[in-house]
Write a protein that binds this ligand. Structure first.
Ligand code: ATP
Ligand code: MG
Length: 558
């Protein structure tokens, strides 16, 4: 693939800007509103903006778009910083808060008034809506639009000084009430709101509207390419109007791209907030969610998320990605990196009747057949082991090659064993499986060329580490779709399974928060950073080993 073919449409635009001298540098930003946790969609925006700055040797700002005092919270500021940093997007010393520019925004509004480009209106919110017209009807002039510059300056200052109540007066940009683009019909750019702000406290009782504030923020920071999502496409003429009328020397340019959506996955803050508040999930970082904090807690790596975002590509057309693609990325990332150890999730005892009672021997096991560098370890082996309950059946169906009376299997890295029967309790539940071993098959190698069809994993009972393991499914019932008719979520009752008495080989001892492993035959798991403590480990399943995902061909996206 040639250099030009691999460029996305934003890179093509940037190249042109640099070639024609519109800009001589690239300066991007990620501008989250601190009103919730970041999710996988935001990761796309972060990595896109940061990636462009890196690629063009430019700069990247993290800017909190905290101009709306109602919904914002310092808890979210901290979580957004942590998530952005974890993803590897380094803002260096360029961390900004839009609220620090309230003074400059006020001056910018005054400048518009002086130029006759903004006026104070007494219309109510409802009246403004009514006067605005519709897609088929032009708007009507605001009766207050004829106020003089002097009067507007005085009224705007009075708004700032707290003379008016909420909603009593607004500042509107004077653009074009007949514009086919409703955003251009004299949009409100400042409103009165007697509210305390998390940063500026009670310094202001007027606050700028997003469409005015955002271009000003970008211009103040010297942003060149202001990258946002498609829903702002119709607002671009207003963005351009603001930076033009304010006469910024080298104004930023807005470029829109399509949001990242995941099929059958909830990302909306409103829904997640409800799940948290109703106690259906264990906080914003519940591993079943796709907030960045949740993905991190579950055990995803920043590398896997980068790979996923790259696979999805950047485009102008909305599309929906598959969660299976994200799973593919984490498997690819962890396959060579994670040590592969044995863990029994649903244990039943396997007793080897012809193995000496007080003997323990150590068998060598490779830590990762895909990566020699991870070396090997010694695994204890003794007369009593744990195996998965489902690896034994008293009456097996056809094609079941694991343990059943009379059948011989390989204990991975261990010996060949032949099942001789089982012991059951009064309810008919199997409590012990019995077998004999072939001492000549040490290491799991056939002594005489005879073959076994099943290989199962196991853990020596004596040295086993007991741990809790959590298995996850989509929190949404995928069969039924995300939403019910009444707008509520279709929850999957089986989204969380807690296995409390799992038995792990001793190599797991000392595992720390976020350590990742492959549990042989079971999937990839990570130590839960919140609930796991030394001596009482808790693991989250990141992803199972089974995949239905087919890697798309180059250029098709995920
Ligand atoms: P949501 O409504 O999904 O909670 P938001 O758009 O209100 O998110 P902001 O804090 O305003 O959240 O978003 C910060 C940046 O992230 C914006 O530039 C926005 O365009 C971008 N962004 C938000 N959602 C996505 C997404 N799904 N894919 C890509 N970028 C996104
Ligand atoms: Mg938003």
């Amino acid at each position: 693939m040639s250099e030009t073919e691999s460029k996305n449409f934003i890179e093509v635009m940037i190249d042109k800007d640099l070639e024609t001298g519109v800009y001589d540098t690239v300066h991007t930003r990620f501008p989250p509103e601190p009103n919730g946790y970041l999710h996988i969609g935001h990761a796309k925006s972060i990595l896109l903006n940061y990636g462009l700055a890196k690629k063009y040797n430019g700069k990247f700002n993290l800017r909190f778009d905290d101009t709306n005092p109602t919904k914002e919270d310092i808890e979210f500021v901290e979580s957004i910083k942590a998530d952005t940093e974890w993803l590897g997007a380094d803002w260096e010393d360029r961390l900004f808060f839009a609220s620090d520019y309230f003074g400059q925004m006020y001056e910018a509004a005054v400048k518009l008034i002086r130029k006759g480009k903004a006026y104070v209106s007494d219309l109510s919110a409802d009246q403004i809506r009514e006067y605005r017209g519709s897609l088929t009807e032009p708007g009507k002039e605001d009766p207050f639009s004829t106020r003089s510059v002097e009067e507007n300056l005085r009224l705007f200052e009075e708004m700032k000084d707290g003379k008016y109540g909420d909603g009593e007066k607004v500042l509107r940009a004077r653009i074009d009430m007949a514009s086919p683009n409703i955003n251009m019909r004299d949009p409100v750019i400042y409103r009165v709101a007697h509210m305390s702000h998390h940063n500026t406290k009670d310094a202001w009782c007027i606050y700028p509207m997003y469409d005015f504030a955002h271009p000003v923020e970008d211009a103040i920071e010297g942003i060149t390419h202001s990258i946002c999502t498609l829903e702002f496409e119709d607002h671009r003429p207003l963005y351009d109007w603001v930076v033009r009328e304010l006469e910024y020397p080298n104004p930023p340019r807005q470029i829109e791209f399509a949001k990242l959506y995941l099929k059958n996955v909830v990302t909306g803050k409103r829904y997640i907030k409800k799940l948290v508040e109703e106690g259906i999930v264990d906080g914003w970082d519940d591993p079943r969610l796709v907030s960045i904090a949740a993905l991190r807690r579950r055990g995803f790596t920043p590398e896997s998320i980068r790979m996923f975002v790259e696979m999805c590509g950047v485009s102008k057309a909305n599309s929906v990605a598959d969660y299976a693609a994200l799973e593919y990325c984490i498997r690819e990332d962890l396959k060579p990196r994670a040590p592969r150890y044995m863990a029994v999730l649903d244990p039943v005892k396997l007793v080897i009747d012809n193995y000496p009672e007080d003997r323990t021997e150590y068998l060598t096991a490779c830590n990762n057949p895909d990566n020699e560098e991870l070396g090997s370890r010694e695994v204890p082996f003794c007369r009593e082991l744990y195996i998965e309950r489902e690896d034994f059946m008293e009456e097996p169906p056809k094609k079941y090659f694991r343990l059943f009376p009379g059948n011989e299997v390989r204990l991975m890295n261990g010996y060949f064993v032949t099942c001789t029967g089982c012991v059951k309790d009064e309810n008919g539940v199997v409590t012990e499986v019995h077998c004999t071993y072939d001492p000549l098959s040490r290491g799991g190698n056939s002594p005489d060329g005879r073959k076994v069809r099943g290989t199962i994993h196991w853990v020596a009972a004596k040295d086993a580490v007991t741990a809790q393991v959590r298995l996850y499914e989509n929190i949404i019932d995928e069969e039924k779709g995300v939403y019910n008719e009444d707008g509520s979520l279709n929850l999957n009752p089986n989204s969380l399974t807690v296995m409390k008495e799992c038995k792990l080989e001793p190599a797991f001892k000392g595992a720390k928060a976020y350590d990742r492993f492959q549990f042989v035959r079971q999937g990839f798991f990570s130590v839960d950073p919140r609930d796991s403590v030394e001596g009482s480990l808790v693991f989250n399943r990141i992803v199972s080993l089974k995949s239905s995902f087919v890697l798309p061909k180059q250029g098709e996206g995920a």
